[in-house]
Design a protein around this ligand. Structure first.
Ligand code: ACM
Ligand code: ZN
Length: 537
């Protein structure tokens, strides 16, 4: 008995020791498995980055690592193409599916001799590099961030819990420039997120160049003025404009791809269409005139889906969008589409009758199915907000559950893929502290704890249904967010919490431990000049 007590005490001691040390690593999101070997590796000017040239995508990982080491340690490491996986004084990116064969996983082994980073894909290698960068000691000396060059002796085996680890950005309500979009993508990469949902069109602005329909940006990207604060009848008198050219988009897509992030572009239909209708009024039920919206909210003027020209127009737009974005998903919005205009429109009513549809909800569903057929014919998958369930879901649509979790539960039970992004938890436009001391926000209350404690798989789903939950995402709508600084403040550190939810096994989640790591992690944000919200939650 006495022996058992001693063994138990020893094991408790060991597990405490392990816990403290994991915290000491300050990695976010927390890796699945960490062992301590005691053999630390020192990076110096003679350290090389090694990978085998025939391994696709590993060049991007090596270049990224080189740039980050240059930035943080001021060392210009040489990249060497070699199959020598045991080279001395090297960080070796090894393609290998035995050590870790998860499509986004990696195994890192740090010894005095070298750092070996095993992964079956370049994606996994990239996440290993993110971990490696977070292993560098970081300190804040009189507001000057410094990095150490020692990598602690660890063996880390790591892989994500979910395959959709997303962040959304609305560039319609307020426009954000290309350089900022890249900085936003950098923040995603740093947190091992892999999906950037880019909300490109809405009532208040059309933000993507479409060559066939130039008026979309000539007219649709400019609103005359903007409502002030929450006053619906006071305006600032200043035009707000901006859009991304197709060249900008190609550049951003490449930038994201170099960081293993897929962009999901969103082209809103059939609602949230005022900017498009202001440009091409013949595509609305009343044929206009329309104006790019100057206030927020939901508008009754939407695309006339009884008009074949509308479908043709949207398919032409999607053709250009498809050519720009290599990812498999196209987001078609589908949310908040009032039916008032369709109820009064002869074209929409004729379509309902001809197709034997029950009502305007079935008309919406009919329209979305047409769009889905088009996307499938072009090798893409349709994703939409949960309103696409109304009137019947298109056959292979993926549902983004935003009005709480019900839409996601319903869709998963029907055997459809879902992405969980429930309001209010995943709405980072909400207040994250006392509204009296926070910048004006749309409302709500979503603090760090609320985000961290979120479980993306609803308890209503059984094991088989749960497999349809691809992951989770947070949305940043920008009605009340006008500057990059403010946007970063809303995104960070809540994004850090979300990253852990979608990466780390749920049984390893621990808010106190997370907050301890976060205190150090924010120095990394500071080093990259992000304006994160302070941690006095
Ligand atoms: C949404 O927030 N309207 C998807
Ligand atoms: Zn109509």
């Amino acid at each position: 008995m006495k022996n058992i007590v001693i063994i138990c005490m020893f094991l408790t001691f060991l597990s405490c020791k392990q816990e403290t040390k994991t915290t000491e690593l300050f990695i976010i999101p927390k890796p699945v498995m960490v062992d301590f070997t005691g053999n630390e590796f020192k990076i110096n000017q003679h350290t090389s980055i090694v990978y085998c040239k025939s391994n696709i995508g590993f060049d991007k990982v090596a270049n990224y690592l080189k740039e980050e080491i240059k930035k943080n340690l001021n060392l210009d490491l040489e990249i060497i193409h070699s199959e020598n996986n045991s080279k001395k004084n090297a960080i070796i990116l090894i393609k290998d599916s035995i050590q870790n064969n998860h499509p986004e996983g990696y195994l890192m082994n740090v010894t005095k001799r070298n750092v070996q980073l095993f992964s079956s894909t370049a994606n996994g290698s990239f996440y290993g590099v993110q971990t490696l960068l977070q292993l560098l000691k970081i300190d804040d000396l009189n507001d000057q961030i410094t990095f150490g060059n020692t990598i602690p002796g660890v063996k880390i085996n790591d892989y994500p819990r979910f395959k959709w680890r997303g962040m959304h950005l609305d560039v319609c309500r307020h426009f954000f420039y290309k350089e900022f979009v890249k900085k936003y993508i950098d923040a995603l990469a740093m947190h091992k997120m892999n999906t950037f949902h880019w909300h490109l069109t809405d009532d208040q602005g059309w933000r993507i160049e479409i060559k066939k329909y130039p008026k979309l940006t000539e007219i649709g990207s400019v609103r005359k003025e903007t409502m002030v604060g929450k006053s619906w009848n006071e305006f600032d008198g200043k035009p707000h404009a901006g859009f991304f050219t197709q060249e900008d988009i190609k550049e951003i897509v490449q930038y994201a791809s170099d960081r293993f992030i897929t962009i999901v572009p969103e082209i809103e239909m059939p609602g949230h269409a005022l900017a498009a209708l202001a440009s091409y009024p013949e595509l609305g039920c009343t044929e206009g005139p329309y104006e790019v919206a100057k206030t927020w909210g939901v508008f009754d003027d939407v695309f006339c889906v009884g008009n074949d020209k509308t479908v043709e127009f949207l398919q032409d737009i999607l053709t250009e969008v498809i050519a720009l974005f290599p990812g498999k998903y196209i987001h078609i919005g589908g949310d908040e589409c009032p039916k008032a205009a369709w109820e009064k429109c002869p074209k929409c009513q004729k379509r309902i009758k001809e197709e034997g549809l029950k009502d305007e909800f079935e008309l919406q569903s009919y329209f979305i199915r047409q769009i889905e057929k088009f996307l499938i014919a072009n090798n893409k998958k349709l994703i939409g907000w949960d309103e696409i369930l109304e009137g019947g879901l298109a056959p292979s649509a993926t549902v983004m559950s935003w009005r709480g979790t019900e839409g996601g539960i319903h869709a998963a039970k029907l055997g459809h893929d879902v992405v969980m992004t429930p309001n209010p938890i995943c709405y980072f436009d909400h207040y994250q502290g006392d509204s009296k001391s926070e910048p004006l926000a749309i409302g709500g209350f979503t603090d760090l704890a609320k985000v961290y404690n979120y479980e993306p798989v609803p308890s209503e789903l059984n094991e088989q249904e749960s497999t349809y939950v691809l992951g989770a995402q947070a949305n940043i709508w920008t009605e009340y967010i006008t500057t990059p600084n403010h946007l970063e403040y809303m995104a960070l550190p809540r994004m850090c919490a979300l990253a852990e939810i979608v990466w780390t096994p749920s049984k390893q989640k621990d808010f106190e431990d997370f907050k301890t790591r976060l205190k150090k992690h924010v120095l990394r944000l500071k080093a990259q000049k992000y304006n994160y919200r302070s941690l006095d939650y």
